[in-house]
Design a protein around this ligand. Sequence first.
Ligand SMILES: *Cc1c(COP(=O)(O)O)cnc(C)c1O
Length: 231
Amino acid sequence: MNLQDRITEVEERLSQACRRSGRNRDDVKVIAVTKYVSLQTARSVVEAGYNRIGENRWQDVRPKWEVLNEERDDIEWHFIGHLQTNKVKDVLGKFSYIHSLDRLSLAKELHKRAERMEQKVNCLVQLNISGEDSKYGIEPEELFSFVEQIRNYPAIQLSGLMTMAPYESEPEQTRPVFRRLRELRDELNERALLDYPITELSMGMSGDFEVAVEEGATWVRLGSLLVGKEL
Ligand SMILES: *Cc1c(COP(=O)(O)O)cnc(C)c1O
């Protein structure tokens, strides 16, 4: 399949998932994950209208970031991978959102460097809802105390929550994970631990995005299905 065919398929499936769940297509934003493709393909994806780009390693995205950022100023970069504390200095100021805030030591470093740059850094708290050892993220039970401590780092602006569901051959199996993330966001807002509401739910990938949309995803992160896989 070429890019145009993949876009047609993804858009059709997204629209259907929105229709099934009574949501507006405009309320679900696609992050095109370009980690499996070349700079040329990433450029085609942006030219096709997907200007939210997700990547998970600075070493890998760097050449794309440098070239595409030079070429255009309308790309919104999302850092979606595990972020080592010593890499904070590389990504800060280049990515609009960090989806992988999963520990206080990282919050502290993000805050310290953002404050020094007189900037805010938009973050999503990554949760490990399934409890798999292989997954990063804080446990759901820890979320509220984690957020309370984040208030000590005012350069951090919490935009939402992020999770990855376990791989399932039957996507329907992922539903409880996505539903839990939505409930946690709603409860966080009800408790008003922050003086602003958090809105975003970054959940759903190529194999399970329709279920995530049905459960309220505001951002789906699509790599192989939308952008393809060449590297
Ligand atoms: C790679 C990656 C994706 C995209 O994966 P696909 O299954 O190819 O859509 C989404 N989110 C994260 C955090 C990733 O690392």
